[in-house]
Write a protein that binds this ligand. Structure first.
Ligand code: B4P
Length: 190
């Protein structure tokens, strides 16, 4: 089994690159952002709770997302591996993921961190807001999301660095150029 974490700030291209990785390596994508948006759309109790946080650009509480990931892992017992996209986003989530995977004897193999400058992130997210109508892509909320990233998510990179699992990839350029760098990293860790 091959387990990959795709890490990076909001708008760094995690969702975009996950689509390419799934196609080439047949891994199962677990995107907490996509799962949460689907819960919001279906107006489930979890979705109604999560929406309050997402609409302000805040992270959803750890226990909600950890519970979601745990059930998704149980729903997919016989797969080649997982791409964790947008998860873990706090050190508590990273520790919980390690515990879940240790229990299943399939640890994280590598963490790919996409590096993108803040101006470029803002530009991409404002543009995505204009074309997709996503409710968390307006300028004020984008700034909150970037603040949340610095306060709560960037320490996750140090967590994986201390376990020698972090590989940084330059996340600016064409989608294909970035994917080529990601594929090289995956191939050398398979
Ligand atoms: P996510 O859905 O994870 O969204 P994201 O970080 O904004 O986007 P991503 O990095 O995937 O960027 P994308 O490829 O789309 O999170 C949304 C919210 O959900 C969070 O704010 C939080 O509230 C909640 N949440 C999710 N997970 C959570 C967790 N674990 N714990 C707590 N809360 C959680 O790319 C962005 C744009 O850039 C796109 O328009 C794309 O087309 C463009 N783009 C991509 N690559 C490009 C390139 N190379 N050049 C130019 N543009 C590019």
């Amino acid at each position: 089994m091959f387990n990959l974490v795709l890490f990076g700030p909001p708008g760094s291209g995690k969702g975009t690159q996950s689509a390419n990785i799934i196609e080439k390596y047949q891994l199962v994508q677990l995107s907490t952002g996509d799962i949460l948006r689907s819960e919001v759309k279906n107006e489930t109790p979890l979705g109604l709770e999560a929406k309050k946080f997402m609409d302000q650009g805040m992270l959803v509480p750890d226990e909600v997302v950890i519970g979601m990931i745990s059930s998704k892992l149980d729903e997919n017992p016989d797969v080649k591996g997982f791409i964790f996209d947008g998860f873990p986003r706090t050190v508590a989530q990273a520790e919980a993921l390690d515990n879940l995977l240790e229990f299943k004897k399939n640890p994280i193999n590598v963490v790919i961190s996409l590096l993108v400058a803040e101006e470029e992130l803002k530009k991409r997210l404002v543009h995505r807001g204009e074309v997709s109508g996503r409710s968390d892509d307006n300028e004020e909320i984008i700034m909150n999301r970037i603040k949340e990233y610095h306060a709560k998510t960037s320490p996750v990179a140090d967590y994986y660095q201390s376990k020698n699992k972090l590989v940084e990839v330059h996340g600016e350029g064409t989608v294909d150029e970035i994917f080529a760098a990601i594929a090289t990293t995956i191939d050398s860790n398979l």
